[in-house]
Design a protein around this ligand. Structure first.
Ligand code: ADP
Ligand code: MG
Length: 347
């Protein structure tokens, strides 16, 4: 009798740990877009999950090359063609990302502006690492601001494209990771996988559930601690933009990689923004746009971008939350002052 009890206890343990009956989780790390991408696939036979991982490795390697802002590849070639100012047929590797970015720039009032490659480069966030002896000259910034490059400077004629702004240089750093994650989820679905998470250092999309339970994820606080936790299930993307990702200090002043297109300088006022949305490309672009919009203007931009779930931490310790986000975010940091802001997203 005692032995029977022990056996059933063991069986329960095995079942709940996912080692028997269900297929265990398969996890893998892939390096792309300058970050480690953790992929977790659950409830899928090991062999199928391993094959899916191989295909994801190839997908991310290709996207990394296709969209690299300063190494040789399709995007660099597109930038050279744009610089020439004549008509050309854009690379099919770049075109979808460019096309999906256009409505996002408009909805964000061009705060999300992937035409700003030159400014990003000037501040040392492309290839050449930023340093205090090579800060951009005010005149260089001013010249680019005057030329005001935007995706609306692109002219289209059938499948031909040209730019009428010589300052326009594409940099998809604020949306490429998101779109790449969307393509990864599409691929997993095509392979019949229903439960998975693709997580690039906290920027992620998850589908289905984790062995019957929601996916549980942490949101980083800019100081390196955890701001809060979220449970997600179904199909959702969570993206955070922060001033702590790529940065340097000169004379105690912080220079980070999110550039305000209005000032030409790294954006001030916000420390981090987290958004939840269905697709990852929109979530990625929106996190960047709302970061720049800042504590005073983010609700209007969130509304026009159709984003209903936002957490914005300003540089004064205020945490602005939409009511929907407030319901979901389990705060793990009691130093912040909560401000719930009602917006009516145009979804
Ligand atoms: P992360 O890469 O840390 O997730 P973001 O999604 O906010 O952060 O993207 C920041 C990157 O986007 C920068 O490194 C740069 O390549 C590019 N970028 C900077 N400023 C802007 C902007 N205003 N609009 C669009 N892209 C930008
Ligand atoms: Mg982004």
């Amino acid at each position: 009798m005692k032995r029977l009890g022990l056996i059933s206890l063991l069986l329960i343990l095995l079942l709940t740990s996912g080692c028997l009956g269900k297929n265990p989780a398969t996890s893998e790390r892939i390096l792309a877009f300058g970050t480690l991408i953790d992929v977790t696939i659950v409830e899928t036979p090991r062999g199928e999950a391993t094959k899916a991982m191989e295909q994801l490795q190839q997908l991310f390697a290709r996207l990394h090359r296709d969209w690299h802002a300063w190494e040789e590849g399709p995007l660099q070639q597109t930038n050279q063609q744009l610089q020439a100012g004549t008509w050309f047929t854009p690379s099919p590797q770049v075109l979808p990302l460019l096309k999906l970015s256009i409505p996002l720039t408009e909805a964000s009032e061009h705060l999300f502006n992937p035409a700003l490659g030159r400014l990003v480069d000037l501040w040392g966030f492309q290839g050449r690492p930023g340093n205090c002896t090579q800060l951009p000259q005010p005149a260089q910034i001013q010249a680019l601001l005057q030329q005001n490059p935007r995706l609306s400077d692109l002219q289209w004629q059938g499948d031909q494209l040209r730019s009428n702004n010589s300052a326009l240089r594409l940099d998809f750093g604020a949306v490429g990771k998101g779109y790449g994650i969307d393509l990864a989820i599409d691929l997993l679905r095509q392979l019949g996988i229903r439960n998975a998470m693709v997580n690039a250092g906290g920027d992620l999309r998850a589908i289905g559930h984790r062995s019957g339970r929601p996916w549980r994820i942490g949101i980083k606080h800019p100081n390196g601690n955890v701001l809060g936790a979220l449970e997600i299930s179904g199909d959702e993307s969570v993206f955070t933009s922060g001033n702590y990702e790529r940065r340097y200090y000169c004379d105690g002043k912080l220079y980070h990689h999110i550039i305000d297109p209005r000032s030409g300088h790294p954006s001030v006022g916000t420390d981090s923004v987290t958004v939840i949305h269905s697709d990852a490309a929109t979530a990625d672009a929106a996190a960047t746009a709302l970061f720049i919009a800042g504590p005073d203007h983010w609700p209007g931009i969130a509304q026009s971008m159709g984003i209903g779930q936002v957490a914005l931490l300003d540089n004064q310790g205020n945490l602005y939350l939409t009511p929907e986000m407030e319901k979901r975010l389990k705060l793990l940091n009691d130093r912040v002052r909560i401000r719930v802001v009602d917006i009516a997203p145009a979804e």
